[in-house]
Write a protein that binds this ligand. Structure first.
Ligand code: GDD
Ligand code: MG
Length: 362
């Protein structure tokens, strides 16, 4: 079984962190998020993955290489972004023959792809979309499902209050090779806006409802939720080699502390926290529900809550970083500064005064 992974988006809502690495390489626990997806595909009987890459393609190629988890990995490079449908058409010769899987590269899920494929074959449609229930379907592709499991309406980003249901496209599909006839050549195509509504009209689109773990990684909050889901699989605290935790510090599970990381006296870390390799945390710090990229440093008595610190970002002492904030790589936040909710700070920026309203600091 082959799978195509759409891995070429810009990750705009995760800037500035996505300015220097593709979203699929953002760390969660001890691995980039992409690894969690590849492992699930390998366990589900996939043997070949076609990575549709565009933005920051080289970083992905360098990291993944030609094979991982017993999967052969082939890259399909776009000269310019082809959207979510164009890359499928472009990879036609690599995918032809049998029904194949397509996954949005920014989705974390424990879906059983074998069952999805069996269901697709049993229904005999042209495409089967995995569906998951969410509380706000307006951010996604929402569907109307009939009693036979047929999708009778597919609406991408429906207006609030006008969603056909709370079941959404999980970004995981099985497509029949006949799909290629529905995707125009040589231009960007949105499969959600141009192809699925057409298939729904022709009664050839089916939905497979599943109730396992699922989240996408659109926004900082989504990323933190993905982190929480993955860390919960560790069932405790996972420590990397050579990580040092002061005996008076307290680590609350689930939590990951990477190799070479150091946690100072009386600090309280976790739950739901990824501390990547070589992160330094001083004395009396409080880090909760957050992700700290490799080499980040947190000075004494600082706190980070529901936030993300980029690679080698530095917080001096008595710094407070609040919910949904993103601190860019190599930026430096000086003593006593408070960064309020939803602020993003550009890479290499120095911040000397508190930022008390939601904005981007360039
Ligand atoms: N190769 C390539 N080229 N990949 C792309 C391109 C492109 O030009 N544009 C986007 N992608 C990839 C993104 O990297 C992502 O993995 C996937 O396609 C979906 O794009 P997003 O930009 O993340 O879309 P979304 O999250 O707003 O909506 C999509 O995902 C939802 C589930 O998470 C839609 O498929 C919705 O219907 C769905 O509910
Ligand atoms: Mg997305």
């Amino acid at each position: 079984m082959k799978a195509l992974v759409l891995a070429g988006g810009f990750g705009t809502r995760l800037r500035p962190l996505s300015c220097t690495r593709p979203k699929m390489l953002f760390p969660i626990g001890d691995q980039p998020m992409m690894d969690w997806m590849l492992k699930n595909l390998s366990q589900g009987g996939v043997d070949t993955v076609v990575m549709a890459v565009n933005y920051m393609a080289e970083a992905l190629v360098r990291y993944l290489g030609p094979t991982k988890y017993d999967l052969g990995i082939i890259y399909s490079r776009e000269q310019r972004p082809l959207g979510t449908g164009g890359p499928i058409k472009k990879a036609r010769d690599l995918l032809n023959g049998e029904p194949f899987l397509v996954l949005n590269g920014d989705v974390i899920s424990d879906i059983d792809v074998r069952r999805l494929i069996e269901y697709h074959k049993a229904k005999g449609g042209l495409a089967t979309v995995a569906l998951t229930p969410v509380s706000d379907p307006s951010r996604f592709g929402a569907v109307e499902l009939d009693w036979e499991g047929r999708i009778t309406r597919f609406v991408e980003k429906p207006e609030k209050g006008k969603e056909p249901s709370n079941l959404i496209n999980a970004g995981i599909y099985v497509l029949d090779p006949k799909i290629f006839d529905y995707i125009p050549d040589g231009r960007a195509v949105s499969i959600e806006r141009e192809v699925f509504p057409l298939l729904a009209n022709e009664r050839k689109l089916f939905g497979f409802e599943f109730h396992g773990l699922w989240t996408d990684m659109g926004t900082p909050d989504d990323y933190l939720k993905a982190n929480q889901i993955i860390l919960s699989k560790y069932e405790g605290v996972k420590m990397g080699e050579g990580a040092k935790v002061d005996p008076s510090a307290k680590i609350m599970a689930p939590c990951y502390i990477g190799p070479g990381a150091e946690i100072g006296a009386d600090s309280l870390i976790g739950p739901n926290t990824t501390i990547c390799d070589h992160v330094l945390i001083g004395k009396g710090c409080r880090i909760e529900n957050s992700i700290l990229f490799p080499g980040a440093a947190v000075g004494d008595y600082s706190s980070v809550k529901n936030a993300i610190l980029g690679e080698n970002a530095i917080l001096e002492r008595w710094v407070k970083v609040e919910s949904g904030s993103l601190i860019g790589d190599y930026s430096m936040i000086h003593d006593g500064v408070t960064i309020t909710d939803g602020v993003s700070i550009c890479p290499s920026k120095e911040v000397t005064e508190s930022i008390l309203e939601r904005r981007q600091i360039m």
